[in-house]
Design a protein around this ligand. Structure first.
Ligand code: 13P
Length: 260
C-alpha cells in the first residue's frame, strides 16, 4: 500500500530563521500527532539545518526545493546532493517554476541528471510534471506528460522508479485558486503517468511510486483529492504557509483510501 504524503513547498517564503522557526514550532506538535499521512516540509535552503534540529525527534520530514546534479565543482550558487543528504530526505526536482516555463530554464535532460544524482545520494526525488494552459487547451496534456516523465526517469530501473515520488502539477492550476477537478487529475495521473510507467516498466512498477497532485490544494479541497484512487497525496504551495496547514494534513490523513 502506498503511504499518503503531504509535501509543503514553501517556495521563496519563510526563509528567514526566526520566521521559519516560529511557524514550525507552532505546527509541529499537532502535525506530528497525526497518523496516516507522512508530512514533508520543503523550506528554502537557508533554514534546512535549523529546521533539522527542531524536527530531530519529530515525524515531520524535510525536503529541499532543488539541487544540482554534481557533487562539487565550479557551479556558482548551486547546492550538491551530498550537501543535502545529511539535512533532508526529499528533494523537489523539475518544478515548473524552474523549468523553461518558469525562471530557471531547466531542461528535461538536466532534471533527469538530477533524479539520478538524488537517488545516488539516498534522497527521494519529488519529480514535478505538468502542462501549461495552452498545451491543455490544445489537447496536448497526455503527450506533454509522457514526454516529461519519460525524460525525467530515463535510465532508471524499476526499483528506482518505485522509490521516486511524482507530482502532477498542471501549471494553470498553480497559485490560481482554481485547481483541477479531482476526477480530472485522477484520470490524467492514471492515463498519462501510471499508463506510461506500465508501458515502459510493467504494471507492477507502475503501481509503486507515490503520485501527488499539486495546484491550489487547500484544506477545503484536500479530501476530494485524497479520495481518488491514483492520488496519494498533495504538493501544497500557498496553503502550507499558514497554520491552516495542520487542518489540511488532518483531513488528508482522515480521508486516505486504502490503495491497492
Ligand atoms: P499552490 O498550492 O500555491 O497552487 O502551489 C502549488 C505548487 O506549485 C506546489 O509545488
Amino acid at each position: 500500500m502506498r503511504r499518503a504524503l503531504i509535501a509543503a513547498n514553501w517556495k521563496m517564503h519563510l526563509g528567514r530563521r526566526d520566521d521559519a522557526l516560529r511557524f514550525v514550532r507552532r505546527i509541529r506538535h499537532s502535525v506530528g500527532q497525526i497518523e496516516g499521512a507522512e508530512v514533508v516540509l520543503c523550506p528554502p535552503f537557508t533554514v534546512l539545518p535549523e529546521l533539522g534540529e527542531v524536527l530531530r525527534r519529530s515525524a515531520i520530514a524535510l525536503g529541499a526545493q532543488n539541487m544540482h546534479w554534481s557533487e562539487s565543482g565550479a557551479f556558482t550558487g548551486e547546492i550538491g546532493p551530498s550537501m543535502l543528504s545529511g539535512l533532508c530526505r526529499y528533494v523537489i526536482l523539475g518544478h515548473s517554476e524552474r523549468r523553461a516555463t518558469g525562471s530557471a530554464d531547466e531542461s528535461d535532460e538536466a532534471i533527469n541528471r538530477k533524479v539520478h544524482s538524488a537517488l545516488g545520494a539516498g534522497l527521494v526525488p519529488i519529480v514535478c510534471l505538468g502542462e501549461t494552459r495552452t498545451q491543455r487547451e490544445g489537447g496536448e496534456t497526455d503527450a506533454v506528460l509522457r514526454r516529461q516523465v519519460s525524460a525525467a526517469l530515463a535510465g532508471l530501473d524499476g526499483a528506482e522508479v518505485g522509490h521516486c515520488v511524482l507530482a502532477y502539477e498542471p501549471i494553470w492550476a498553480i497559485g490560481s485558486g482554481r485547481p483541477a477537478t479531482p476526477v480530472e487529475a485522477n484520470r490524467t495521473i492514471s492515463l498519462s503517468l501510471r499508463g506510461f510507467l506500465a508501458h515502459r516498466f510493467g504494471e507492477a512498477v507502475a503501481r509503486e511510486p507515490r503520485v501527488l497532485y499539486g495546484g491550489s490544494v487547500d484544506a477545503g479541497n484536500i479530501e476530494a483529492f485524497m479520495g481518488m484512487p491514483e492520488i496519494d497525496g498533495a504538493l501544497v504551495g500557498g496553503a502550507s504557509l499558514d497554520p491552516g496547514f495542520v487542518e489540511l494534513v488532518r483531513r488528508a490523513a482522515g480521508t486516505r483510501r486504502t490503495a491497492d
